[in-house]
Write a protein that binds this ligand. Structure first.
Ligand code: DLZ
Length: 167
């Protein structure tokens, strides 16, 4: 089966982030994966004009804590968007399901509660290989994709705030 690099995107379609600020919350569980996601997200933001000093990275113990980490950014900072980065790998128990459900719903709730783009950059995989493939491996880097999504959502919001019609 042919492999597809999920992180391929049209560079010209990504807004410039020169005046934008971002918070990134990174889970320490599976850090060899989540660290690579954070690296990808950070580099992608910089590639699209975001100043290094406007990228704020904080760590939480596990993916379940990503929601509260995101809430701290929303409550205590003036970032334009938050990127949540984690990696949950299926184990023998149902822990996987509860963590995935919790953080997915938590991220959704934050978006709505704060009217703030909170990007879901959590890998939910069956094994380590699937995670590596998506953290800088043959299927790209989900952190890059999360950064592009964040840039697009901030630009969309700013368009609404400036009463510009956006396609
Ligand atoms: C406990 C746990 C397990 C079993 N697996 C993962 C995982 O694959 N990825 C991850 O990010 N975190 C895991 N955790 C930790 C939980 O996210 C959380 O930190 C603990 O349940 C404490 O709230």
């Amino acid at each position: 089966m042919a492999t597809v690099n999920l992180s391929t995107y049209d560079l010209n379609s990504v807004p410039q982030g020169n005046a934008m600020k971002f918070g990134i919350v990174v889970s320490e569980w599976n850090y060899e994966i989540t660290g690579a996601l954070a690296d990808g997200a950070s580099k992608t933001l910089v590639k699209h004009g975001v100043k290094q000093e406007n990228i704020h990275i904080k760590h939480v113990p596990g993916s379940f804590e990503l929601t509260l980490g995101g809430q701290f950014f929303a409550e205590y900072t003036d970032v334009d968007a938050v990127i949540l980065l984690g990696c949950v790998i299926q184990g023998e128990t149902r822990h996987f399901d509860f963590i995935c459900q919790g953080v997915a719903q938590g991220a959704t709730d934050l978006n709505i509660k704060y009217n703030l783009p909170v990007i879901f950059g959590v890998l939910t995989t069956e094994n380590q290989q699937q995670a590596s493939d998506r953290a800088g491996g043959k299927l790209g880097n989900k952190g890059d994709e999360a950064a592009v999504t964040a840039l697009k959502m901030v630009a969309l919001q700013q368009g609404f705030e400036n009463e510009l019609l956006v396609d």
